[in-house]
Ligand binder design. Structure first.
Ligand code: UDX
Length: 438
């Protein structure tokens, strides 16, 4: 089956490479010529474990290619995916759909053979209707259908998530479109991955509801962590104690510095906008967005308090070492990373900030020019008055605690991801602060 993937960013590239790996014939399209040239040369625009090899294998197998020429690339495709960005619109948080609609227009003008047009980009309810209208009004006489097929990939685990999904959601309004989509996902069908067929609008909403629910779960446990600190309870135990209830589930109950990334912050805001447009309040999600935002700077204050509690003094002129900058491990993505607000709070308090991140420093450096980037974790902590673990990269989990204690100027360790064992850290000589633990 021939598939065209319009947009070779994170979602488009991972999906395109995985579809090719299923045996389909895939062209990934992008307007950015440099990106396409680099992809042809085997260079990935993002850091995602396993992606480079998967792309290379499928290019070698003749199933995956790259192009800037949309009209010829979509010509004999039976499924044309729209996987371009839908960033938050400045000012009102609404998803900016201009890229999606521009692709719809371009597809409409070049459509020569029957095709199902699939929105994979995260788009608000009703976008599919608008895409259909744009194509219909272009006057095309070619048969087409517009389908919603949201992605649920996690950065850092995207390939596994694509190949072993919890579910595939397909919002289609007609039988032919459902048949074509079944063929697209046939390899997964055979693996018994649950495929849920819904209306297009339900499918569009499922994506936002899923992300808003997960953001709520994280924010809930983060507030429980704050409460644990006040009442002398341990959030790790509370998490486990509630998570073992099957109705609650143990995942996404890990307290931390706040959620970030390319999806949760943007999608929760877009859901608020949809709710406002349809005059149907989603007050829980409103509270989640506000609580998560406030938490980011509160984490900066937490570090400052830890210095004071350890008797290490005021933050002014102190050297603070951050381990990890990306919004989570195994990605170089800095979008809405809590580290950005933490750095700002520390700089505002007069501290000098040094940081090390295994993959994120290239993107982080221009966002935080005052921060000194170190070559490794041990260099970062040398002479530090406080060490703050911000992102739980594996490399930091196994760090030599005795060694960093010797390298640091003062014994202050703030663990915003609860990765260390409090007893071990204390026996290494640290004054240890974590999240929601006594
Ligand atoms: C998310 C969704 O999981 C995915 O289904 C959707 O398609 C895109 O958005 P992603 O942004 O890659 O994926 O990251 P995810 O692993 O979900 O983590 C999001 C944020 O929540 C991170 O900042 C992470 O550190 C935080 N988080 C996650 C917690 O603080 N605690 C948890 O228990 C889980």
């Amino acid at each position: 089956m021939k598939i065209a993937m319009v947009g070779s960013g994170y979602v488009g590239l991972v999906s395109g490479a995985c579809f090719a790996d299923f045996g389909h014939d895939v062209v990934c399209i992008d307007k950015d010529e440099t990106k396409i040239e680099r992809l042809r040369a085997g260079m990935m625009p993002i850091f995602e474990p396993g992606l480079g090899e998967l792309v290379a294998q499928n290019v070698r197998g003749g199933r995956l290619s790259f192009s800037t020429d949309l009209p010829s690339a979509i010509e004999d495709a039976q499924a044309i995916f729209i996987a371009v960005g839908t960033p938050s619109r400045r000012g009102d948080g609404h998803a900016d759909l201009s890229y999606v609609y521009a692709v719809a227009q371009e597809v409409a003008e070049s459509l020569k053979n029957p095709a199902v047009i699939v929105t994979k980009s995260t788009v608000p309810v009703g976008t599919g209707d608008e895409v259909e209208r744009i194509i219909r009004e272009s006057g095309t006489s070619t048969k087409f259908a517009v389908v919603s097929n949201p992605e649920f990939l996690r950065e850092g685990a995207a390939i596994t998530d694509f190949k072993r999904p919890d579910r595939i959601v397909i919002g289609a309004e007609d039988e032919w479109a459902r048949t074509v989509m079944t063929e697209v996902y046939r390899p997964l069908f055979l693996n018994r991955a649950p495929i849920l067929f819904t209306s297009r609008r339900s499918s569009e909403l499922i994506k936002y509801a899923a992300n808003a629910f997960l953001a709520t779960k994280i924010t809930f446990i983060n507030e429980m962590a704050d409460l644990c600190e006040k009442v002398g309870a341990d959030v790790q135990d509370v998490s486990r104690g509630i998570g073992l209830d099957n109705r609650i589930g143990s995942k996404f109950l890990h307290a931390g510095p706040s959620y970030g990334g390319s999806c949760f912050p943007k999608d929760t805001l877009a859901l608020l906008k949809t709710a406002e447009d349809f005059n149907s309040p989603v007050r829980i999600v409103e509270a989640v967005v506000k609580t998560n935002d406030t938490r980011k700077r509160a984490m900066g204050r937490k570090v400052i308090e830890a210095l004071a509690e350890a008797g290490a003094g005021e933050p002014r002129g102190k050297k603070i070492a951050l381990l990890g900058l990306t919004f989570k491990p195994n990605t170089d993505d800095m979008r809405d990373a809590p580290s950005i607000a933490i750095v700002q709070a520390l700089l505002d308090a007069g501290a000098d900030v040094v940081a090390y991140d295994p993959e994120g420093m290239e993107l982080a450096a221009p966002m935080m020019p005052e921060v000194t980037m170190a070559r490794n974790a041990y260099e970062a902590v040398t002479g530090a008055d406080a060490i703050v673990l911000v992102t739980e990269w594996d490399a930091f989990r196994g760090i030599d605690l005795q060694r960093i204690r010797q390298l640091a100027a003062q014994p202050v360790l703030v663990d915003l991801r609860n990765v260390y064992n409090p007893d071990e850290v204390r026996s290494a000589g640290f004054h240890y602060t974590s999240i929601g633990r006594p």
